[in-house]
Design a protein around this ligand. Structure first.
Ligand SMILES: [Zn+2]
Length: 502
């Protein structure tokens, strides 16, 4: 059985979950659902990143232990994911003991291999970034270039990872694995970072205590970023169950935003190499989800949370927008008007209307019993070609194209109904044939759209009289023309996607 391991970044517990997080997470969830339809053994991982000075200080400000603070803030992500039907297999928290064990094991291996050493370090540090800056990076010599808040001077002895010695191996890796970082522009960006020269990086801190202790020197904790990356290994058993780890690794699909490209496409593969582990097979990088042309941030007060949109669009309308309208790769600009327009055209007018028409005419002309499709229907070829296009698009991590392909079947079926006008005809074999074809198209669309429309796909399935769960169907058989048996009661229910007033 094929295996499919997909990850989101683990989200920083101090952040409030917003639609940028949701965009990546819905994409990973839809991919996982697609691969479950294919019958693959799927492991979908998300979670929260809980160490670092920022968390320690936020906890102190609330009068809580960091762990108690993280318990509360991590839970917000679970709640939001549950509200948009995110069906992860594991939710990892970097404060779990399994993660301490994996981090210690991996770092110890890199240390034993001679790639980590103690050196003095001093520099300007932004607490919000959890990163050092050189003087030339700073605005007016004192402000973080990202947060525009004052940086602090930190002096400490740090363990350094000898990243500079991995340039050649990284370039060989990109060269011999052209699909490892996608899209191409992001791969080139990663190669450019390595060619531009790599400096050794500081991976431990003595100035804080809220982190995974360095196993060979307990005065230090690992810098939050380097323990965070290791979550992807922890969750599949690294450090505890080597056989399980090897069954899943390195065949993984990391979905990440472009702001963390350097960590994932340069540092992470190098760190794995240092520990004697193969780099990940695939890192798919997407752009920012912008609001009014700007990146969402707490300081810009332009963060939109899923809860702001769910009452209007519902879970399906929410998921569909982010999968269909925001192409995975380039920056996307979120627009409420665009979201309404897409909902009305694809969901209300096309899919919702198709179901309403078919169930109404089946009630009037067929006594509410759905007829069987015509094996030689012209829609059979459309369905076959849609399956092929959608499958290839999901493989490329292009949900937008996969759904566009799927909606071709919806549109062609509506066109066939409009051409035949069964609502004007007398009951008989011709009407049965047209409606049977439309029911079969709806059945196939319910399966193919189910990674996006977690609720409506099941609703369509139930209303056209089919038993069981859409999610239990298996491709390609479930998309083969002729699966709708006919003779089933068809229910005429309320509109599936009521129109939203622009
Ligand atoms: Zn900063």
């Amino acid at each position: 059985m094929a295996r499919f391991y997909v990850t989101t970044p683990i989200y920083y517990v101090n952040d409030a979950p917003h639609i940028g997080h949701a965009y990546t997470t819905v994409t990973a969830d839809a991919l996982a659902r697609w691969h479950r339809l294919l019958g693959d053994d799927v492991f979908f991982l998300t979670g929260t990143d809980e160490h670092g000075l920022k968390v320690q200080r936020a906890a102190e400000a609330r009068g809580l232990e960091p762990r108690a603070h993280a318990d509360l803030t991590s839970e917000r992500y679970r709640e939001v994911w549950s509200s948009i039907d995110i069906d992860y297999d594991d939710f990892i928290r970097t404060t779990e003991s399994r993660h301490y064990k994996a981090t210690e094991t991996l770092m110890q291996a890199a240390y034993d291999n001679g790639w980590i050493e103690l050196r003095p370090y001093a520099g300007w540090y932004c607490v919000s970034c959890e990163a050092y800056y050189t003087e030339s990076d700073l605005i007016e010599g004192k402000l973080c270039p990202i947060h525009r808040t004052e940086v602090e001077w930190l002096e400490e002895e740090n363990y350094f990872f000898k990243l500079s010695e991995f340039a050649g191996r990284l370039l060989d890796w990109y060269e011999s694995n052209p699909g490892a970082v996608t899209p191409e522009a992001k791969r080139n960006e990663a190669i450019g970072l390595v060619r531009g020269g790599l400096r050794d990086i500081s991976i431990s801190r003595t100035s804080i205590t809220w982190g995974v202790p360095v196993p060979w020197d307990s005065k230090h904790v690992f810098y939050v970023w380097y323990d965070a990356l290791i979550n992807y290994a922890t969750a599949i058993g690294y450090g505890e169950d080597q056989a399980r780890f090897e069954a899943w690794w390195p065949s993984v699909h990391h979905l990440i935003g472009k702001d963390i490209l350097r960590f994932h496409c340069v540092y992470w593969p190098a760190l794995l190499m240092a520990a004697g582990i193969d780099p990940p097979s695939r890192i798919a990088v997407h752009g920012f989800l912008l609001v009014g042309g700007e990146k969402m941030s707490k300081t810009a007060l332009n963060q939109i949370s899923p809860a702001d949109l769910l009452p209007t669009f519902g879970v399906d309308g929410f998921r569909y927008h982010f999968l269909r309208d925001q192409a995975f790769g380039p920056d996307g600009d979120f627009s409420y008007e665009g979201m309404v327009a897409r909902y009305n055209s694809d969901l209300a007018n096309n899919l919702g209307n198709l179901l309403a028409r078919v169930s109404t005419v089946v009630e009037k002309k067929c006594g509410g019993i759905g007829p069987a499709p015509d094996p030689s229907s012209e829609l059979a070829a459309v369905a076959a070609s849609v399956l092929e296009s959608a499958g290839s698009a999901w493989d490329r991590i292009s949900p937008s194209e996969a759904l566009e392909a799927t909606w071709r079947l919806v549109r062609e079926t509506n066109a066939a109904l409009e051409a035949a006008e069964p609502w004007k005809a007398d009951p008989g074999p011709e009407v049965d044939r047209v409606l049977g074809d439309a029911l079969e198209a709806l059945r196939i669309v319910a399966v193919l759209a189910s990674p996006a429309l977690t609720r409506a796909s099941q609703e369509i399935w139930d209303r056209i009289g089919l038993a069981g769960r859409v999610a239990d169907q298996r491709l390609p058989a479930a998309a083969a023309w002729g699966g709708y048996p006919g003779g089933l009661p068809v229910e005429r229910g309320a509109p599936l996607f009521p129109r939203i007033a622009g």
